[in-house]
Design a binder for this molecule. Structure first.
Ligand SMILES: Cc1ncc(COP(=O)(O)O)c(C=O)c1O
Length: 407
């Protein structure tokens, strides 16, 4: 069996000894291990290793845990103001980690990325209008579009020997359609793990500016660039191009805080910011969460070292998969995110067969690729922000299941 790098083994000993609470159904209400949800999606196998949700399964940053404990000891859980320091902590983090200066940009609080995208779709497009997507892509985008009676316009990514690339000619042709009004850009891209380069983003901005297409850059995985790759904010190319845009951010993926924290919407467009804030206030979407606020600011102010270690763990898990997957299965090298996009096409299974085999034979709950669009057929997404022993376990399960094929 492939073993994790020895140095990392000791660094991450505490991450590798215990089952993280999120993977322990008895210890939490985690969606990842919810028996009903697992049965519905993967069948009734109790022994599934659940690596299908994009969240970290490691000990969370001790300073965040301590901040939540301290906050809970102050028995006041009512209405609170959101101090300016909260937004400042985000921008100080962005400046130091990504060299991104928020001067002149509007930053609004939003309960979730999905909320931000949903509100912008309603505010900036009309029913029947088209919204560009680049599948295979994060599963929530399509229902956000179709449930608002807008039309998903697909410009699929192309898989070449160099990994996934945008088809910019196709993107331009689709952006040029007068009914296409918006694009949802995923950067870093879930599930394929690309971090779009400044050149690629510049081309997208130019196309969308030319055809008056509003860009929502979903940058919620921004902090999860795997060195040497670096995240480029869409904002850095948008100003020169004249495109209208907004970007989603926040600590929920970075620090594993989806159950407690708000997210942010950043835009350089004052009118868009005003529309967003008016609608948020009309729908009372701005309610504070006292715990979320404590975790948010503590994460951005103190979480850098913890995040660096997490990224090293993810990189080590990528190596484990690269070296250890059995014949017929390989990973697409990620540049960012803590998700591995695993290519099972070498096994020659169709979509239902692969889904059945993964759950029923390999006993793995992964997100099957077709959930991300039909371009994902033959792939599956695996969460790899997890103790390396979980990845070793997944490799063993896959190896045993491959060995059992045809026997
Ligand atoms: C690219 C991307 N956007 C948005 C989300 C979800 O964000 P939220 O739960 O805040 O809507 C995820 C979660 O996996 C994601 O990967």
């Amino acid at each position: 069996m492939v073993r994790a790098d020895a140095r990392l083994q000791s660094t991450y000993a505490r991450w590798m000894t215990a089952t993280p609470p999120a993977l322990d159904a008895a210890a939490s209400n985690s969606l990842a291990t919810d028996p009903e949800r697992l049965a519905q999606l993967f069948g009734d196998d109790r022994g599934l290793l659940p690596l299908w949700i994009a969240e970290p399964y490691v000990d969370l940053a001790p300073a965040i845990v301590a901040a939540l404990q301290t906050r809970s000891e102050t028995p006041w859980y009512g209405y609170e103001v959101r101090p300016r320091a909260l937004i400042d902590s985000f921008w100080e983090w962005m400046a130091s980690r990504h060299g991104w200066d928020g001067t002149g940009l509007n930053t609004s609080v939003s309960p979730s990325v999905g909320t931000s995208i949903g509100v912008l779709i309603e505010e900036l497009t009309d029913p029947g209008e088209g919204i560009l997507l680049q599948p295979p892509v994060f599963t929530d985008f399509k229902p956000l579009i179709t449930r608002a009676n807008r039309i998903p316009v697909r410009s699929p990514l192309v898989l070449s020997d160099d990994g996934y690339r945008m088809d910019l000619d196709d993107l331009e042709a689709k952006a040029a359609d007068a009914t296409t009004k918006m694009m949802i850009l995923c950067n870093p891209h879930n599930p394929v793990g690309r971090i779009w380069s400044s050149d690629e983003l510049t081309e997208v901005a130019a196309i969308c500016a030319k055809h008056d297409v509003f860009v929502i850059a979903d940058e919620i995985h921004a902090d999860l660039a795997l060195p040497p790759f670096r995240f480029t904010p869409f904002a850095s190319v948008a100003t020169d191009s004249g495109v209208s845009w907004a970007a989603t951010h926040g600590p929920i993926k970075t620090f594993g805080l989806a159950g407690v924290c708000d997210t942010l919407l950043v835009t350089g467009d004052d009118d868009v910011s005003k529309l967003f804030r008016t609608r948020s206030s009309q729908l009372h979407l701005t309610r504070n969460n006292v715990f979320g606020m404590a975790a948010f600011e503590t994460g951005y102010r103190t979480g850098a070292d913890w995040l660096d270690q997490l990224l090293a763990l993810v990189a080590s898990n990528v190596s484990l998969l690269r070296q250890g997957l059995p014949p017929g299965i390989e990973i697409i090298e990620p540049e960012g995110t803590y998700l591995a996009w695993v290519d099972f096409r070498g096994l020659g299974m169709d979509v239902p067969e692969l889904a059945r085999w993964l759950a029923g034979s390999a006993h793995l709950a992964l997100s099957p690729g077709h959930w991300f669009g039909r371009q994902g057929a033959g792939f599956a997404r695996m969460t790899i922000a997890t103790p390396s022993e979980q990845i070793e376990d997944a490799i063993t399960r896959l190896t045993d299941a491959v060995d059992a094929i045809g026997s």
